[in-house]
Design a protein around this ligand. Structure first.
Ligand code: HEM
Length: 769
């Protein structure tokens, strides 16, 4: 066909040729985009210059036809470039819900960058390239909303949009099929003894192959994808058994799939702190949590995480945290009041459920100023939240992604319900976000920190007010949903296990913690920050519960680059080569209960946090040093990564201070007003796991109201005695001089004898009996 024939060509033909030309151009651009420098990427469509004259001619005709498409929009309200024609505009503003077919463009993608590149320099919005770009956007369903936000509607030409993440610097690419194939091959060769030839370390292999349950339960486990059933119980307990057999690093294999299980502080420090967050991502955790948390901070890929972490951290500022203390106290008081009639009647209360309710109410108010009212009420929304949480937990302990089966949300009972629950929660969230956006007052971070926001001190209000914050995309919704989930059951579990351990342990310890609480809060209506600091024995009890019951008991990572783990306490002196794509579990459960890292690791002993601990047998580990405790709890740094209550490194929990304050205030108000007795034997409480560790049968207790102004019948001396009997001074440190040792020991012990004398003045009545 001669070029002059085009003037006579039928219109549909020119349309097809144009679409083909545009598609090939953009496809070429998209395929090679990662390999090309940014300016070249931005001109993807122009990568086929020989087509330009033809396309120009056809395009002029087609685009003039398209101008006639009538889209009713308020042109005055449109922000940004005036060069965007009406056909590329669409009505609407605000944040849609997940189920809406029209979604804002993900601001972290290459596509978004490409649009920004065009917008940054309006002088470039002319000529052939610009016309092609406009057409590409039209066919790809890209539209600009009234508020200037680019959205995407479903389109047959969806492939014209590049969804890949933009590359911040030299970030490694996500793991792909080739990496997985290479990994499986290497694993297979290593398992037949060829590992050393491939440079792989001789990491022991733990193969789950002996199933001890019934055939029926096995089939049920396989069909339901339930890893716990197949592992014969909570996975972290199985990993603990293997830890005892194979040591601090081993491979856990299920057929061709394997996980590297790390239980060594030096290796954990390397992965969490000494590598960049680009090097290890959340891997399968991100895949599992995607339908619930989307690109929220916990599962976020490294590129999204960098941007969102920077936005979220300032919202947890000191003034806000102080303000939250009042919220914690208000909500704990509601819980205490609710316990009163049950206490009077001697009724049994499931304290685990009560702690879940109070933490849900707190996080709802703190994150988006929403009152779930779950301590006193039951509602379909609360039930939906719990069902979603259970589903998230089930997914995170499954190895078959049953939720991805075709149309699973149409025919699988649990998935149908899950879809409905998510829709309900999404609608509520979208409504809250849109309300906050519509009353937005933009300001700098410093200004926002000073702002009072009496009626609504929520994180949502802060984030929406942040100048320059991208409010268009789903990431805000994803982050809020993530914090709702992350900040709720974790704190509830910490409270549950603290009450459990304090109640079943030495009564002297509980009495001492209660005495501290009642002394610090004496005559005060509500605790403040200084009181939280002063209640050290309580804080250390809470953190000790997190040592024994870490939430979550496993941290999940996937290597995005090849790496070499240090040897740590293993025998693999050259370290361990980690291939790109390797899935890894860092077992916090094993770290926290390792006899090499703790004295009497299985014992609940909050006093341990006063005493240093070291083990020269672990090269590169500097032990636990109480002098390094600087905040509200002994952190991962004080224990050199043997203790990871809130993770470590750059992806450490953003809510650690919030959680510690919340738990201290809630527990303080509980044990100030009540004594608790087990309603079932402590050993029947049991343990099961999902993302967090729950009790098997609830924490069934009876609360006895006490006179909070009466001093606790003292067990004074329990805490100090734990140090003294180990030959340390009253603060848990070694004596500096011999004189001090002699003086302190005789002084303390004679004081103790005085207390123990029958009818001795000031003696402990408990010991008088
Ligand atoms: C006792 C309570 C809590 C515990 C034990 C806990 C534990 C953790 C742990 C271990 C991580 C690191 C996960 C990893 O490295 O894979 C984490 C991350 C996170 N937590 Fe918490 N958390 C608690 C409370 C909270 C609260 C109250 C919030 C929010 C209000 C919160 C929000 C987050 C977020 C957003 C992350 C992801 C941080 C990032 O990747 O940058 N957490 N948490």
């Amino acid at each position: 066909m001669r070029s002059s024939d085009y003037s006579r060509a039928p219109r549909w033909e020119s349309f097809v040729v144009l679409a083909w030309a545009t598609a090939s151009a953009v496809l070429v651009g998209n395929v090679f985009q990662q390999a090309l420098p940014q300016p070249v990427q931005a001109f993807g469509p122009a990568l086929v210059p020989h087509l330009s004259r033809r396309c120009d001619l056809i395009q002029r005709r087609v685009s003039s036809d398209l101008e006639d498409v009538d889209v009713d929009v308020d042109n005055d309200a449109i922000l940004g470039s005036n060069n965007i024609p009406r056909r590329l505009r669409i009505q609407g503003r605000g944040i849609p819900t997940r189920k809406d077919p029209i979604q804002p463009l993900d601001s972290m993608t290459y596509e978004s960058d490409l649009i920004k590149t065009w917008e940054q320099d309006p002088s470039r919005q002319k000529g052939f390239d610009w016309e092609i770009e406009k057409l590409r956007r039209y066919f790809a369903g890209l539209r600009m909303r009234d508020d200037g936000v680019w959205v995407r509607q479903p389109s047959f030409f969806d492939f014209l949009v590049s969804k890949s993440r933009s590359d911040p610097g030299n970030a490694p690419r996500p793991v792909g099929l080739v990496d997985v194939v290479k990994l499986v091959l290497t694993n297979s060769l290593t398992s037949v003894g060829l590992g050393p030839a491939l440079g792989m370390a001789a990491v022991p292999n733990a193969v789950i192959q002996k199933y001890e349950g019934s055939f029926f339960s096995f089939i049920k486990g396989v069909l339901g994808g339930d890893l716990q059933t197949l592992a014969g119980g909570p996975l972290f307990l199985l990993l603990n058994k293997y830890f005892e057999v194979y040591g601090p690093i081993f491979n856990l294999s299920f057929g061709p799939k394997s996980f590297l299980v790390v239980s060594d502080p030096v290796m954990a420090r390397h992965v969490l702190r000494e590598t960049s967050p680009d090097q290890y991502c959340k891997g399968m955790l991100a895949e599992i949590l995607d339908p619930i948390m989307g690109k929220g901070l916990i599962p976020a890929d490294p590129a999204t995480w960098k941007v969102r972490r920077r936005a979220i951290v300032p919202s947890f500022h000191k003034r806000w945290l102080n303000r939250m203390i009042t919220l914690f106290a208000e909500r704990a008081e509601i819980l205490a009041d609710d316990l009163q009639p049950k206490s009077a009647k001697g009724q049994v209360v499931d304290m685990e459920e009560r702690f879940c309710s109070v933490t849900l109410d707190i996080i709802g108010k703190a994150v988006f100023n929403y009152d779930f009212g779950s301590v006193t009420d039951e509602s379909p929304i609360i039930k939906a939240v719990y069902r979603v949480l259970r589903e998230a937990e089930h997914r995170s302990s499954s190895f078959i992604p049953y939720w991805n089966l075709p149309y699973a949300d149409q025919w699988m009972g649990g998935q149908v319900e899950f879809r409905k629950d998510m829709t309900m929660l999404d609608d509520i969230l979208a409504d809250l976000i849109n309300k906050a956006v519509s009353t937005r007052r933009e300001a700098s971070i410093e200004e926002l920190e000073k702002r009072e926001n009496e009626d609504d001190p929520s994180l949502l209000r802060f984030l929406v007010g942040m100048r320059g914050e991208d409010l268009s995309s789903m990431v805000l919704r994803d982050d809020l949903m993530t914090m709702l989930i992350a900040g709720h059951e974790t704190t509830a579990a910490m409270l549950t296990w603290t009450l459990f351990e304090l109640s079943r342990g030495d009564p002297g310890l509980l009495k001492e913690v209660q005495a501290e609480v009642r002394t610090v809060l004496k005559g005060k209506e509500r605790p403040d920050y200084d009181d939280i600091v002063a209640m050290k024995k309580l804080r250390y009890s809470l953190i000790e519960a997190l040592r024994l019951y870490p939430e979550p008991p496993l941290l999940i990572r996937r290597a995005r680059t090849e790496d070499n783990l240090p040897a740590g306490s293993s025998d693999l002196k050259s370290g361990v080569k980690v291939l790109r794509g390797t899935d890894m579990f860092i077992s916090t459960w094993n770290l926290h209960r390792s006899p090499d890292l703790w004295e009497n690791p299985e014992v609940f002993d909050p006093t341990r946090w006063d005493r240093p601990f070291n083990n020269a047998g672990i090269p590169g580990w500097s032990g636990y040093n109480p002098d390094k405790v600087s905040g509200l709890y002994p952190s991962e740094n004080a224990a050199d990564f043997a203790f990871l209550p809130f993770g470590g490194g750059q992806r450490k929990c953003v809510g650690d201070q919030f959680a510690m304050m919340e738990a201290t205030v809630t527990m303080a108000l509980m044990i100030k007003k009540y004594d608790f007795d087990f309603a079932i034997p402590a050993e029947d409480v049991g343990m099961k796991t999902g993302a967090t560790i729950h009790t098997m049968n609830g924490l069934m207790m009876r609360a006895r109201q006490v006179n909070e102004n009466e001093p606790v019948q003292s067990a004074e001396g329990y805490w100090e005695m734990q140090h003294l009997k180990r030959g340390l001074n009253a603060n848990g440190r070694p004596y500096t001089t011999e004189e001090e040792a002699v003086w302190q020991t005789s002084e303390r012990l004679s004081h103790k004898k005085e207390e123990e004398k029958p009818n001795g003045e000031g003696g402990c009545p408990m010991h008088k009996m």
